[in-house]
Design a protein around this ligand. Sequence first.
Ligand code: CA
Ligand code: CA
Length: 613
Amino acid sequence: MKIKNQAKSMNIYKLLFNFLFIAPLGLFAQDFLRWSDEFNGTQLDTNFWEYQIGDGCPNLCGWGNDERQSYQKGNIAVGSGLLNINAKKETVGNSTYSSGRIRSLNKFDFASGRIDVRARLPIGQAYWAAVWFLPTENYHGTWPLSGEIDLIEGKGQEPKNTYGTIHYGAHSPNNKYTGTSYTLPSGNFTSEFHNFSLIWKNDTIQWLVDNVVYSTKVKKDLPDFWWPYSRNFHFILNLAVGGYFLGYPDGTTPDTASMQIDYIRVYQNLNDIFISGPDAILRADLQKEFYTQKLNGATYNWTVPANAKIVSGQGTPNVKVNWGLKSDSIKVSITHQSKNQTISRFVKTLPDTCQGVIDNQETLRTTYWVGGNGTYKSAINNPAKDVTNNTNLCNRYYRNGNVTYDALILNADIIRDAKAFEDGTLILKMKLYTTAPIGTEVNINFENRALSQLDYPSGRRCVLQAKTTKTRAWEELTFKLILKPDNKTPEGSINQLVVLFAPNTNNTDVFYFDEFALEETPCKTITTAINETVINKSQITVYPNPFTNQLKIEAPFVPKQISLFNLVGKEILTVPNITELNKQILLLNSGTYLLRLENNEHYFYFKILKSNP
Ligand SMILES: [Ca+2]
Ligand SMILES: [Ca+2]
């Protein structure tokens, strides 16, 4: 049976392969083959694939789904042009089945394109075959915040069906997914091979079987959640046995089952490749990372808005940018296989001026609900428009009275830098309408979501506080630092705000909030060009320049303070003396900086160039 099937599959394979170059099978003229594994040869190509072994314990027992198999290397076989993932009833540790699972993490990571998988799925109660994708970086947070894309999920007891799904949203139990199943009009997925495809663009994902589109998901389907499918993902191929998704083996379940994959092909198209990176950046923020797809033999030429500077990576798919002052697009011109395409990504720069809104629930979203003890809803109607807040939409939070430190958790990638809030050069504001009495405290804890412990009232970085002066009317709260409790969270790593309404009470009031805003104090009139006239070199020598590790300063005074700025005028560090400066500059990236020496009367500025080996 097996041999016959394989012989048949090889014929179909050859036919299809020939056909592919005669008729495009849904491909467009500009599509090129980025990557493929045809599963030729006699073993798995570990240049592309990594085995995942075991039952998921101790960190993710049952692989998060109450699966019953233990994955073993021996259950993966390549031969006769096919990848075979073989499940078998046998005791391995605490598992009652063995099976196989492989992934391409850090070996083949990509975003966008058309992915074609020709596969045959197993039959039998509780055999769960899957070809799916997880994010290569947990950019938005751990599962499912950074997304999951399921191209194939087959239930062995439903041999005519396949499921295509995306996962997203907040942490369990507030995780979300949306998907569609497809039923073959004739035949089934277990006795013949079928083609499963995904067409993945910046804000659209489509699922196809045998070139028929059966599901389309678009960015606006996820209005209350971010669309996390604009960054690199990697393949996972596995055959699970049992789980919440499809139930458990029973008396009808065969002792063995296989998923067979003939090929996986990833086509891309310069028109659909996108730039991955932040949607919004604080004015003059530093070291912001953007990347696009790494194509063999391609050249990359990035351009950034006025006042922004490429710190590193020009000519490669990945750049770091010190951002400018205005909302604008970052662009990259890609030349690949003698075609050229310029792609761009629009980035909001916030606030617009020294003082302004960074999230208003109308058009501007930079904070996203992740979880909390109470009941949250975004973008609901303003219950009491007035002069302080006459906008239509705001957030609503019903505080949970059973919890003394009720924590509302918002992801906020734009915040990043706690230092500016701790030293008061950036001030956080928020508009609030509440039924709670005057004098109610509102705390905002700065967190890094990977380090957050949720053991409030502690905060991992700092706690800002405001108290209400009104009830049942909008007011703008200005938050002040009350606590710097824990330096284990690096000050430059803030990406989450935890809002504690009426902390250390059993309050059950409703809190409508809106318009997170920032104010720079004093307003940084950031000089966009270095004013050469302020540079005074007659009495002071700074050398060597360019420098690698250490700077020397010869001056007729001992500097009172030494500061370093980037080229858009943002302060990077301030230290009391040259010894301290030399410790700090070891960590700087290559690039041009402005050094400021301070004596009792003047600032002296020097343009210096760090050149890392
Ligand atoms: Ca093959
Ligand atoms: Ca609003």
